[in-house]
Ligand binder design. Sequence first.
Ligand SMILES: NC(=O)c1ccc[n+]([C@@H]2O[C@H](COP(=O)([O-])OP(=O)(O)OC[C@H]3O[C@@H](n4cnc5c(N)ncnc54)[C@H](OP(=O)(O)O)[C@@H]3O)[C@@H](O)[C@H]2O)c1
Length: 299
Amino acid sequence: MSVLITGGTGFVGHYLIERLEKPVVTSRNRQRALNKLGDSVADVIEWAPKSEALNLDPAMDCRAVVNLMGDSIAEGRWTAAKKKSIRDSRVLGTKKLVEAVSKLDRKPDVFVSASAVGYYGDPGDVVVTESHQMGEGYLPEVCKQWEDASDEIAALGVRVVKLRIGIVLGSDGGALEKMVPLFKWGLGGKLGSGRQWFPWIHVEDLAGMIDWAIQTPSASGVYNATAPNPVTNGQFTAALAKSVGRWAILPAPKFGLRIALGEFANSLFFSQRVIPQRALEQGYQFQFPDLDAALDDAI
Ligand SMILES: NC(=O)c1ccc[n+]([C@@H]2O[C@H](COP(=O)([O-])OP(=O)(O)OC[C@H]3O[C@@H](n4cnc5c(N)ncnc54)[C@H](OP(=O)(O)O)[C@@H]3O)[C@@H](O)[C@H]2O)c1
């Protein structure tokens, strides 16, 4: 099946591309993307979503679109300019993507877009399924606008799948790339009380879920892309320390992280007990439902 991926040069894209047969990828820098992806892709289309429209050949054969692009929320302080870039790269970027795909002679069968569990804000200890209400504040608003932007293509009869992704665990990227070195030096620790829920997913399960969403005609709408067994931050910290063979005794206080990381630090303390109810009901089989096995594989 011919697939077009935005953000395919990123952490998740790497694992997804391995499962697909030579997709076409968009990137802000074609040459850099080609150097990275080599012949695992059919082609790279250079596109700077912030400043230009996406021009696709109307005759392009594209059965599925996977939308993974977005300025990293974890890199750099959340200045006004950074917050605008986080939002625009997702919301305006998705709108432009939808506009381009809408002009294809043959519309794709399915449009799969990333969203995030940030949609739910900070719901505390309650179990969060896909029907849970939206949270309040910057991240929930960005996620809502991001999801709404991809809905526009549903009007053309394209099946739309939106994945509210949790914290993705895997090697060579994502949260573990930053955390493992700290833990190896004995500097890891739970965040605050550690009682807040931590909605994780192994990157192979996320890539698998995207592939499943492409292949499954009955998959449609919002899905929580998280492991079926969420843990608290304290449990995650203990499991990660065990996995790297170190103690994790230094709790990181919220005020310290807030000084070091700025506004982004607040989101690290959100408690999100998210479960992938719809994917489980529709038969998606998780490769890594439990954290210990996921960490052992990823590290
Ligand atoms: N990783 C996680 O834990 C996690 C959790 C929840 C949701 N998500 C979402 O899942 C998607 C994929 O995650 P990921 O970890 O693979 O992301 P990533 O590694 O940060 O890569 C995303 C890609 O987006 C493109 N990009 C970066 N900044 C951009 C900007 N300012 N404007 C337009 N494009 C930009 C880059 O491609 P080029 O440089 O080639 O243009 C990059 O390779 C993202 O939308 C992310 O928000 C991820």
